[in-house]
Design a protein around this ligand. Structure first.
Ligand SMILES: [Zn+2]
Length: 342
């Protein structure tokens, strides 16, 4: 991770066009068919920067990979990487973006990779982070002092380019392109992570001695009750569960627990879902970065929905298998999930 701190917006733009009607070659309507709120309510600062008052409109939840969009804000971001001689990186915000940013609040899915084309020059996007502004400065994660969705704050996608790269100007339209292979692998890792959690819930259902909250399939929700952190990798995921007194108090029985038996049972459940050709969709309450979104999956046993801000495939077509491994220590259960593609 980059060591990013509270940042002052200070790069001065060369020229700022009228901000009322941005030139957008990919309008939000192409990926969002619902009601679109007022298009933009920008603050035009004296230094030419435009600080948006609404979230970046994002297309990644619906598979978006490219967008042409106007640059609203350009910021300098210090780096703690001592191998980088020029100790600052440049980040920029656009009105719309296909890039998924990492959120330090719950960093399960990391940033997309890809490029930005600035006046015909293709530049690598080296990181994508969450930013937020209430109209003064633009702060980047992990230095955002409010929660996502805080009234009066806009949450934005900050695209970071390497030191020495060309820098876009405020008002310029740039082309954003996400690496489709890396995205596709993260999609599959993320959906497999959700499915593995449901399969684990099913495999551990008979170890509960007290009634607890259940998942959409009616199984005690071990995943929700014990999850400490989750990381999505290409075609894989790692979930860490806290196993201890509080879980025992809730009624989870750890006496004579054979986790390899749970692996076998979860893998059987997952094999059934892969064979059934499961369909997945994302439901969103709006096109903004922090609008609430849900992963909805039609399983043979019923529909499951999980609040999720990540990216996913639309089906398990092309998946040969999803399997898990479990490692139990005194304090933790670690689940490694792997997707085998056809
Ligand atoms: Zn998720």
């Amino acid at each position: 991770m980059l060591g990013l701190c509270g940042l002052l917006v200070r790069r001065v733009a060369a020229a700022v066009p009228a901000v009322e009607e941005p030139a957008e070659s990919v309008p939000v309507e192409t990926w969002w068919s619902g009601r679109v709120r007022r298009d933009r309510q920008p603050i035009l600062r004296k230094d030419g920067q435009v600080l948006p008052l609404i979230d970046t409109r994002v297309s990644f939840p619906f598979g978006g990979l490219t967008a042409d969009s106007e640059v609203l804000t350009v910021i300098e971001m210090p780096t703690t990487d001592s191998t980088v001689m020029n100790s600052s990186l440049t980040g920029f915000v656009t009105a719309a973006s296909p890039f998924h940013p990492v959120d330090d609040g719950w960093p399960d899915q990391g940033p997309d990779r890809g490029t930005v084309t600035i006046a015909g020059v293709v530049v690598d996007v080296v990181d994508v982070v969450l930013g937020a502004t209430s109209g003064n400065n633009l702060l980047t994660s992990p230095n955002i002092p409010v929660r996502r969705g805080e009234p009066g704050w806009a949450f934005v996608v900050v695209h970071v380019v390497a030191p020495g790269s060309p820098v876009p100007a405020v008002g310029q339209t740039v082309r954003l392109e996400v690496d489709p292979v890396h995205r596709d692998e993260l999609n599959h890792g993320h959906t497999a992570c959700h499915l593995a959690a449901l399969a684990l819930n099913a495999a551990l259902a008979d170890r509960w001695r007290k009634p607890v909250a259940v998942d959409g399939l009616g199984h005690p929700n071990f995943d929700q009750l014990a999850l400490a952190n989750s990381r999505i990798h290409p075609n894989a995921a790692t979930d860490t569960y806290r196993i201890g007194k509080s879980l025992r108090k809730k009624g989870f029985d750890m006496v004579d627990w054979d986790v390899q038996d749970a692996v076998q049972r979860a893998d059987e459940v997952l094999a059934g879902w892969v064979a059934a050709g499961v369909v997945i969709r994302i439901e969103a309450e709006g096109p903004g970065l922090t609008d609430r979104r849900s992963w909805v999956c039609e399983l043979p046993e019923g529909e499951e929905r999980i609040a999720c801000g990540g990216t996913h495939p639309t089906s398990l077509d092309g998946v040969a298998a999803i399997r898990i491994g479990l490692t139990l220590t005194d304090a933790e259960l670690v689940m490694e999930t792997k997707v085998t593609r056809r």
